[in-house]
Design a protein around this ligand. Structure first.
Ligand code: NAG
Ligand code: NAG
Ligand code: NAG
Ligand code: NAG
Ligand code: NAG
Ligand code: NAG
Ligand code: NAG
Length: 452
């Protein structure tokens, strides 16, 4: 303050000296400004300068004043304010420049370029100091961003900057944010504005990265990533609960798992003879793989290579995490390779039942097939999950297929025997007729003879 007053005194003294000692003649042209003083919007830390152009200055002096604090900064090129970031340069002709380096927030305000005429002449320019946004580091640990399914989370993002930044939220993958009110009514939005994002009743689909983006028109905008973790007990969906494959082929069994945190996934082979299920390990027989679908879903594949008859049976996939365990079961049964069937379907069915009664060799087949056949239709329709719902036409396809396949290849004998029966029956009928004809003819002859 004291130095400012001193500065003001010096300026006034200088002013008086000029006006008293050198009274300019009335006819003389007074100093005039050739351009307006600029307005500046400057980012903190940058350098800036105001330019004042005065013609006909004669013996008057140019002074720089910070109008809002009424501090004299400089007279001619002599610095009055003790601020190392300020300086004035003069080009030796009519131009004075006030330089401000490493601009700070308190440099903003009104600057005046003044000439000590009577009355004084001046021009003003404004400096606005802006600060790009920054996001404050709050102590938000991962714990605060983890919830059990249906829980609540509050994501906070405090931003600083001048002017005050606007904070918006969006999901990193571009999906909409789901917001629920106190009644659980949800709405979705691509972006949400506000320093706090309150996620209520969080579902697994809402798991993932969220970004808070702060911007105030001063580049660069800044963002911060938050990873929302939703925890829940594993769920298993089995797209095909019944799989049929022929001997010697490779077969793929699949389970779809949803789990967070990631589950420990295992495949088992159920043993009918004991309650113990055998855990399957990756080897030349089994190929076990896992593919991540999203943040919480996985596809589990079990490929069984070169099936032999002992491989048919029940398999199970299991997923376990800290919140619980889930199982899925798949039945693998033999698919008999279809033979080239030249006979019609009804014939096959007829022969099928006929064979069951008569043929001893065929019994093994018909027993093994007849029951699973009906099972098959029910299971594919009733037990499949919505993930791959089979429609009626495809299930009837399977029914037809297994019927055809149930017709054993090395049993051509019945196929010939049935038509033979028909053939003989047909053969009998004409002989009956001829016999009748013969009897009739005999009776006519007998009549003729009797008449005679
Ligand atoms: C600076 O801003 C003021 C007020 O906004 C305005 O009157 C003046 O014309 C501006 N100066 C220039 C050089 O644009
Ligand atoms: C303006 O701010 C700078 C840095 O923040 C400080 O060093 C300086 O003393 C301040 N000047 C005034 C006049 O308050
Ligand atoms: C996402 O939200 C926007 C509104 O912000 C809406 O127009 C759009 O339909 C929503 N998209 C989906 C897939 O819900
Ligand atoms: C599982 O099988 C499906 C279908 O064949 C395939 O698309 C997927 O890539 C497999 N996943 C793995 C991990 O092998
Ligand atoms: C069938 O495969 C099992 C392994 O799944 C194996 O132990 C068995 O020896 C195989 N049997 C034949 C007849 O190849
Ligand atoms: C049933 O499945 C067949 C193929 O398996 C398909 O062509 C047909 O469009 C499906 N029908 C319906 C109603 O889904
Ligand atoms: C399966 O059998 C049904 C009648 O039982 C028939 O309508 C359908 O066309 C058959 N499908 C095939 C693929 O043979």
């Amino acid at each position: 303050m004291a130095s400012r007053d001193v500065a003001l005194c010096i300026f006034i003294a200088a002013f008086l000296h000029v006006s008293l000692g050198q009274t300019p003649p009335k006819s003389e042209v007074l100093p005039e400004f050739l351009a307006l003083l600029e307005n500046h919007t400057v980012t903190q830390g940058r350098d800036v300068s105001f330019t004042c152009v005065v013609n006909h200055l004669q013996s008057y002096k140019v002074a720089w004043i910070k109008s809002d604090s009424r501090a004299i900064l400089a007279i001619h090129t002599h610095m009055v304010a003790h601020n190392p970031r300020l300086s004035v340069t003069h080009n030796g002709h009519n131009t004075w420049k006030l330089h401000v380096t490493n601009v700070q927030p308190n440099d903003s305000g009104t600057y005046m370029c003044q000439v000590n005429t009577d009355p004084m002449r001046s021009q003003t320019g404004y400096m606005e100091v802006v600060i790009p946004p920054d996001i404050m580091d709050l102590d938000d640990t991962a714990d605060l961003l983890t919830t059990k399914e249906n829980g609540d989370l509050r994501l906070r993002c405090q931003a600083t900057g001048t002017p005050k930044p606007v904070v918006i939220w969006r999901r990193e993958d571009g999906r909409n944010i789901t917001l629920r009110n106190e009644h659980g009514i949800k709405r979705t939005t691509r972006t949400y504005e506000g320093e706090q994002l309150h996620l209520k009743g969080v579902q697994r689909q809402e798991m993932g990265s969220y970004l808070c983006i702060a911007s105030n028109g001063v580049p660069p905008s800044v963002s911060k990533r938050y990873y929302v973790n939703v925890r829940f007990k594993p769920v298993i969906k089995v797209p095909n609960q019944l799989v049929a494959a022929p001997v010697d082929s490779d077969v793929l069994l699949q389970c779809y798992v949803e789990s967070s945190p990631k589950a420990l996934n295992t495949w088992y082979r159920n043993n009918e003879l004991s309650t113990l299920a055998a855990k399957l390990l990756e080897d030349e027989k089994y190929d076990i793989s896992e593919v991540t679908i999203n943040d919480y879903a996985y596809q589990l594949n079990l490929t069984i290579r070169r099936l032999n008859r002992t491989d048919f049976g029940t398999y199970a996939c299991s997923a376990e995490n800290a919140f619980g365990k889930a199982d899925g079961s798949i039945r693998l049964q033999e698919l008999h390779r279809p033979t080239i069937a030249s006979t019609s379907q009804t014939e096959v069915l007829e022969k099928h039942t006929w064979r069951k009664q008569t043929e001893k060799k065929g019994k093994k087949y018909s027993h093994a097939i007849d029951r699973p056949e009906t099972d098959l239709i029910q299971k594919t329709v009733g037990h499949t999950t919505p993930m791959s719902r089979r429609n009626a036409s495809s299930s009837s396809n399977i029914a037809n297929k297994s019927r055809i396949s149930s017709f054993p290849a090395p049993a051509p004998a019945p196929a010939h025997s049935a038509p033979k029966q028909v053939a003989t029956q047909n053969g009998v009928k004409p002989s009956h007729d001829s016999r009748l004809c013969f009897i009739g003819l005999s009776m006519v002859i007998l009549l003729i003879l009797t008449c005679n």
